[in-house]
Write a protein that binds this ligand. Structure first.
Ligand code: SF4
Length: 227
């Protein structure tokens, strides 16, 4: 298992203002810098990943290191793939605890959102590291719970790929399959000639985190007409 501690994160003022749609009338640059400084003092971005091999491909199922995953989309995405990279990324618990301690809901919201931004940046860092290390040009990923086709219950088999009671980045699963610390993401990376994003198959309207437009035709290609 590979572990990356202390992922370097740069929280540039302009990017934070843009990502959080901050109200400049209410917050001066120094006020926003103060938020950034709080976040920077609390985050502990780290990641772990495994190199895992596919044993078997069945209809709408795929077996990775003897662990079965049920998802038509995942199965189709792994059609020409033999090696995948299950991963867990977290920024730790301190930032979410600090956000919860604010009585001002807007402050809570801003700090929570900076946490989400840090997670996205940490994921971009991990993308680059895996690509560089394994000489891959393109990498896509999927996360359990991002689509109806691959529900959140698939977190359990995903975490079992790490083969230890406690993964080295200290992320635990609750009985409802939620991750603790909450500011964590998990999933499976796979090499892909064409970038795949779950958002392309997700019809949710007005999602602030959408990364690609919803694509009805692609949905049909995956045979998900009934979703
Ligand atoms: S559109 Fe939003 S909810 Fe749907 S997969 Fe993308 S980020 Fe998730």
């Amino acid at each position: 298992m590979q572990v990356i501690e202390n992922i370097p994160i740069e929280l540039a003022l302009d990017n934070v203002v843009k990502a959080l749609r901050l109200n400049k009338e209410r917050y001066s640059s120094s006020g926003i810098q103060e938020f950034i400084a709080i976040a920077e003092s609390l985050i502990q971005p780290k990641a772990c990943y495994e190199v895992a091999y596919i044993n078997k491909k069945e209809k709408d199922k795929v077996k990775i290191e003897d662990v079965t995953f049920s998802s038509r989309v995942l199965r189709k995405n792994l059609e020409n793939v033999e090696r995948v990279f299950p991963y867990i990324i977290t920024i730790g618990k301190a930032l979410e605890d600090k956000a919860a301690s604010f009585s001002d809901l807007l402050k809570q919201y801003y700090l929570e959102n900076i946490g989400d931004m840090v997670l996205r940046l940490a994921k971009q860092y991990l993308d680059k590291q895996i690509k560089k290390h394994y000489g891959l040009e393109k990498l896509s990923s999927m996360s359990p719970g991002s689509l109806k086709d691959w529900p959140i219950t698939e977190q359990k088999p995903l975490f079992s790929l790490f083969r230890t009671e406690k993964n080295p980045v200290g992320v635990k699963l609750t009985e409802h399959m939620l991750m603790i610390p909450r500011k964590s993401i998990s999933g499976i990376y796979f090499p892909a000639e064409v970038t795949f994003l779950s958002c392309q198959l997700c019809p949710r309207e007005r999602c602030p985190a959408r990364k690609a437009p919803y694509d009805e035709d692609l949905k049909k290609k995956y045979g998900l007409d009934d979703e």
